[in-house]
Design a protein around this ligand. Structure first.
Ligand code: SIN
Length: 358
């Protein structure tokens, strides 16, 4: 008998004996709450389950499904609680019904996708404006239209949007949502991943959730400028920006969604000062070490695959994500191929935390 054979004989015998013992003492655990079945250190499955239950145990409401049918649209879900490709609609000619449907779908699915749109800049801007005012972006490359942000990478410029984040948290009224279209892309790679900030919140251990509820952090775009090397920007312009646009903006790290009332983790690891957590009601400023540790734990939440879906772009694909409900991460795995994304950003409102909301 070879070693492998003797190992396998022992493994098979052990498995059979253990299973026989388990059958003898088995009790039906299917009715036990999931929380009690999971170890305290890992409640990821619980976050997904709670969020899905809150969604009525179905990916979209009956009302949204009926609206899709009326529009002749079909829905392809990429994740249980987030991410749906909406097929069969034309964003270049958005009717009022289509806009209302996309808005409702965004609230239910948090991020929605469309294929084969090939919008011109003007069409993309016009589509974005159907959802609110747009915000221009001061630190990136504008398109021909100043409300277009062109996120372009290729030789000499690897992608750097590969950190979990929600857009422009340094603004006093950060974005409601971002609408991006791929106009040039690599043969393989360059996917964008999205993570459900509501499920991520619900999956926190109770003690951690209670500790971070109500805490605020300071968001500061100067961290971003320093990260990019301020030298990359004209110093005069940088100085003017620092005079004109407020930095050090305080936002709750658990944010109540203004339309759905759900709580979401709300933090951008690149803009947030990790040592800045504080409670504006009690005036408590956390010791630096505790603040950094809490930020580390919260940032780790979105990295769990349980909360994520992944979108494989094609030229002309469009993604519309709700910055109040998801985080995103652009996979930087295509260097030195070119990848060019055009984005518009729909204006949001001031984040708040209302604990009783849900
Ligand atoms: C972004 O972070 O807004 C860019 C997303 C992407 O490049 O896929």
């Amino acid at each position: 008998m070879t070693d492998t054979t003797s190992y396998n004989a022992r493994a098979i015998d052990t498995a059979q004996r253990l299973m026989a013992m388990r059958r003898a003492t088995a009790r039906d655990r299917s009715g036990v709450p999931l929380d009690d079945l999971l170890p305290a250190r890992d409640k990821a499955a619980l976050g997904v389950q709670r969020e899905y239950e809150r969604m009525g145990g179905q990916p979209v409401s009956d009302r949204l499904a009926a609206a899709a049918e009326r529009l002749g649209a079909s829905l392809e879900h990429l994740g249980l609680t987030l991410g749906t490709v909406i097929h069969g609609v034309d964003l270049a000619a958005p009717t009022d019904d289509l806009v209302a449907f996309v808005r409702a779908a965004l609230l239910e699915r948090k991020v929605v996708f469309f294929r084969d749109q090939h919008l011109s800049e003007a069409e993309q801007v016009a589509f974005g404006r159907r959802f609110g005012e747009l915000d221009a972006f001061p630190f990136g490359r504008p398109g021909d239209d100043p409300f277009i942000l062109e996120i372009a990478h290729g030789p000499g410029s690897p992608g750097y949007e590969n950190g979990w984040h929600t857009d422009v948290t340094w603004m006093e009224e950060p974005s409601l949502g971002s609408i991006a279209q791929l106009v040039e892309g690599p043969a393989v790679g360059g996917d964008t991943l999205f993570a459900d900030s509501h499920a991520a919140y619900l999956g926190l251990p109770v003690a951690l959730r209670e500790r971070v509820d109500g805490l605020h952090g300071v968001n500061d775009y100067r961290i971003f400028l320093a990260d990019r090397g301020e030298a990359a920007f004209d110093p005069e312009v940088v100085a003017e920006v620092k005079d004109a646009i407020p930095f050090g903006v305080t936002h709750p790290i658990v944010r109540t969604h203004p339309e759905t009332g759900k709580q979401a983790l709300y933090l951008h690891g690149g803009f947030l000062r990790h040592e800045s957590l504080h409670d504006p009601v009690t005036g408590e400023h956390l010791p630096e070490e505790e603040s950094r540790e809490l930020v580390r734990q919260l940032l780790a939440q979105h990295t769990r695959p349980e909360y994520q879906c992944r979108f494989r772009w094609e030229i002309g694909s469009v993604a519309f994500w709700d910055n109040r409900a998801v985080q995103h991460y652009a996979s930087s795995d295509y260097y030195p191929e070119r990848r060019v994304l055009r984005r518009v950003t729909v204006r949001g409102d001031r984040p708040f935390h209302r604990p009783e909301a849900g």
